[in-house]
Write a protein that binds this ligand. Structure first.
Ligand SMILES: [Zn+2]
Length: 99
């Protein structure tokens, strides 16, 4: 009887070690994923994303432009030709206060 009980306890210990190992591996994978996302976001902030997901054009303070939903960069939009043109650039709210 005592022998069976001890064997059972040992099995429980072994299975809990396996679970700990699984949790540890999952945490490591999660950490790697978070780091990759952070790196991706940093690159997006510096360079803009690989393929911009542009919003519909809208006019604000005499400018018509579209804004990327992913990285926040904007591109000018020509209402006459209905074309997006020019380089993507970060919106600078500071220069509206000057003049
Ligand atoms: Zn973008």
């Amino acid at each position: 009887m005592a022998q069976d009980e001890q064997t059972g306890r040992l099995e429980i210990m072994q299975s809990s070690i396996t679970i700990n190992e699984q949790v540890f591996r999952r945490q490591q994978a999660e950490r790697t994923r978070v780091l990759n996302n952070a790196a991706q976001r940093l690159v997006q902030r510096l360079l803009g994303c690989w393929q911009h997901d542009l919003s519909r054009p809208f006019t604000h303070q005499g400018r018509t432009y579209r804004v990327c939903m992913n990285c926040g960069l904007s591109r000018d939009f020509n209402l006459q030709t209905w074309e997006t043109h020019g380089a993507s650039y970060a919106l600078a709210p500071s220069h509206t206060s000057s003049n």
